[in-house]
Write a protein that binds this ligand. Structure first.
Ligand code: SF4
Length: 504
């Protein structure tokens, strides 16, 4: 029978090995590129201003070392400071990147949470490197938001009224807890273990009561865009209750604009808001500023195109694009129906003809819709109401197609009503967008949106496992989002880096 060499590595016994740390970073690997770029081509001298130990105090771990460990850890899905600390102590590649300095988790945590502004500079430098490698096309961009939970307690969230109710509930629970304890004590049923348990429970309840009452006394109600109260959160009031495909989470939306050529993120920001569309003009400004800063050029004679989904459709957002010299392709919510995917397409405003002299609309069968006055719809939009006669509509052969299929036309108390808001007025940006989307060329261009932005989010949240924020507060979370985007962009750079360096 053949005999083979045997080593006992399964028992977990530690071994003394002679290791050259530099040799662990294989040329052409992500970690080798990271080691070469951070502190080299991607200069991070600006972090030096944080350190005031030139004459006295202990020597610090270099920021480049911390950056390398954080980016490497994030690329492996390690988001917590303790996870990164663990990686720095036990992973040979992380040891090579940090030159075996083993930064403590408190140092890592402080570095991540106090350098949001500096991470913006690093993001720009990484983007400049991507551009240098020729990975940014500068012609077509797509934007969207990734909804991620943050380190905010979803228990301690609600309107002020809800929080007051919860405060009363916790107070009652605390009182009952004391009464129960007294009863058991009198009956002689409290031993040392039970006593400790009671005290811990009491401490928890008291701390919750204190937190909620302090919050209600010191903070003001959070107001939404329309002036109505939105939910507040006691642990992180800058986060928002966000709707995701798997329900509501307390967190932030990571906004990103990605370039078509290699899905490089051109601009990014995390916002504590349930509605990402209101940040669209701001993200456009950021994109243009970044393009200018790193000298991303749009091909001669072309206009940069911005693709976004129907959440971003609106007069203000479309206008913002035109004002900044960008060509928007943003469909309205009825776009798919207009493409004929739904058989039961209802007549919409564009199927009605406007007569300026009479200030009325003519329906597809030639009946008149007269002006009834102005109105405000639940979304807060104002506009004019035009209505057809109920008799005309009941007798009309197209009444189902025009009035909808849910209710029988004979049971409807009114004729077809048209609500003409700013967004469906003739000549408005929204109306021109709808008309433009009827063209095949525009529809083909819009089809690229999914290919440009969705793989970016899939890479960050699914491939890398960066599916939550571990911090609290808009500024810190924004810094962490920028780090996630840096990890994505550097990962994309690898191919170009290998080619540039001539590695095989
Ligand atoms: S239902 Fe009324 S508004 Fe609609 S097409 Fe018929 S007559 Fe015109």
């Amino acid at each position: 029978m053949a005999r083979y060499k045997y080593t006992d590595t399964e028992s977990g016994q530690g071994q003394f090995l002679s290791v050259n740390l530099k040799d662990q970073l294989l040329p052409g690997s992500f970690e080798h590129m990271l080691n070469e770029l951070i502190g080299g081509k991607i200069d991070i001298c600006s972090f030096d201003t944080n350190y005031k130990n030139d004459k006295t105090g202990a020597t610090a771990i270099p920021p480049a070392t911390l950056m390398k460990l954080i980016i490497f850890g994030y690329s492996k899905g390690k988001m917590s400071s303790r996870g990164l600390w663990d990686l720095g102590r036990n992973n040979i590649i992380a040891k090579a990147l940090t030159q075996d300095m083993e930064p403590h988790w408190t140092t890592i945590s402080d570095f991540i949470s106090s350098n949001s502004e500096k991470f913006k500079e690093v993001f720009i430098k990484v983007l400049a490197y991507c551009n240098e490698l020729g990975m940014v096309g500068g012609q077509t961009f797509a934007t969207d938001g990734l909804r991620l939970p943050s380190n905010a307690s979803s228990d301690l969230t609600g309107t002020f009224e809800n929080l007051e109710k919860r405060l009363k509930l916790y107070r009652r629970m605390a009182e009952k807890h004391i009464e129960k304890h007294k009863r058991k004590d009198a009956a002689g049923q409290v031993d040392e273990e039970t006593e400790r348990h009671y005290h811990e429970q009491q401490k928890k309840l008291n701390s919750k009561v204190e937190k909620i009452s302090n919050f209600l006394e010191t903070m003001e109600k959070k107001k939404g865009k329309r002036g109505t109260e939105t939910t507040s959160n006691i642990t992180d009031n800058e986060s928002a209750l966000i709707h995701t495909s798997s329900g509501y989470v307390q967190g932030y939306i990571g906004l990103a604009v990605s370039d078509q050529k290699e899905q490089i993120i051109v601009s990014a920001e995390a916002v504590g808001s349930a509605n990402e569309s209101e940040h669209f003009p701001h993200i456009l400004d950021m994109t243009l500023d970044n393009m200018k800063e790193v000298d991303i050029k749009t091909p001669e004679g072309a206009k940069p195109v911005m693709l976004a989904d129907n959440n971003y459709f609106g007069e203000e957002n479309l206008k913002a694009c035109h004002e900044r010299g960008l060509e928007p392709i943003i469909p309205d919510s009825n776009y798919k129906n207009r493409l004929g995917r739904s058989e039961k397409k209802r007549y919409e405003a564009s199927d009605f003809k406007y007569h300026e002299e009479e200030d009325c609309y003519e329906c597809p069968v030639g009946k008149k819709l007269v002006k009834k006055g102005s109105s405000i719809v639940p979304g807060g939009r104002t506009g004019m109401v035009y209505r057809a006669s109920v008799t005309d509509c009941r007798l009309c052969p197209c009444n189902e197609k025009c009035m909808g299929y849910k209710k029988k036309p004979s049971k409807r108390p009114r004729g077809r009503t048209l609500f003409i808001s700013e967004s469906n007025e003739l000549g408005s940006f929204c109306q021109s967008m709808r008309e433009k989307l009827n063209e095949q060329e525009c529809q083909d261009q819009y089809a690229y949106r999914i290919q440009i932005i969705e793989p970016v989010f899939a890479n960050i949240a699914c491939s890398k496992g960066l599916d939550r924020f571990t911090l609290r507060g808009a500024m810190k979370v924004n810094g962490q989002w920028l780090l996630y985007c840096i990890v994505h962009n550097l990962g994309k750079c690898l191919k170009g880096y290998i080619k540039e360096q001539g590695y095989k």
